[in-house]
Ligand binder design. Sequence first.
Ligand code: 5RP
Length: 219
Amino acid sequence: MSDQHAQKQAAAKAALQYIEEDMILGVGTGSTVNCLIELLPTIRLAGAVASSQVTEDKLRALGIDIIDLNFAGTLDVYIDGADEVNANLQLIKGGGGALTREKIVAAASKKFICMVDDSKSVEILGRQFPVPIEVLPQARSYVARQLVQMGAEPVYREDFVTDYGNVILDTYDLDVSDPSALEQQLNNIVGVVCNGIFAANQADVLLKASSNGVQVLTR
Ligand code: 5RP
């Protein structure tokens, strides 16, 4: 399995073992999750909580009932991809801009299953992939200045609005050597809605696909 798409498909197939009939499943966003969504019609679900409008539309198109998280209670399982993952199963997410809704559904779930191809594994988060930060539109410049003061380089994601009507600053050169501390520090900047470091809501299980198959890592 050298091909990245084949690896995503293999990770998605491996995720099926965590899904039980008649459960309400939390479903993430992105191309890896799309591989999973294609497989979902083989399982009878009570419904799904979607982490983005895009995912919601795809699930509906397959006839899967969409449940509002407010009426779903605590979910047993949330399955999603990631942009980067470290050895502690801490993540950077938000490449697709759905980080806030993804973090909410992950937080409301007992188990977060993360599916990645082997290009996503890193020693230290944030060296290659920027940290996406969702910001209230009015606070964009203020938050950007605070990030520059931290030695980072925020880049406004042009022509993109989140499901919640906010904007994204893709932020390079942050020191992510302590993901939990940085996640909190970024949340403390006024105007920040959410950031793409998933340390408090890290994965519980990592399905890592490579040319050797799918490795299951737990914490
Ligand atoms: C979307 C995300 C995705 O999980 C992340 O971008 C990975 O995407 P892909 O599976 O397409 O590589 O966080 O906001």
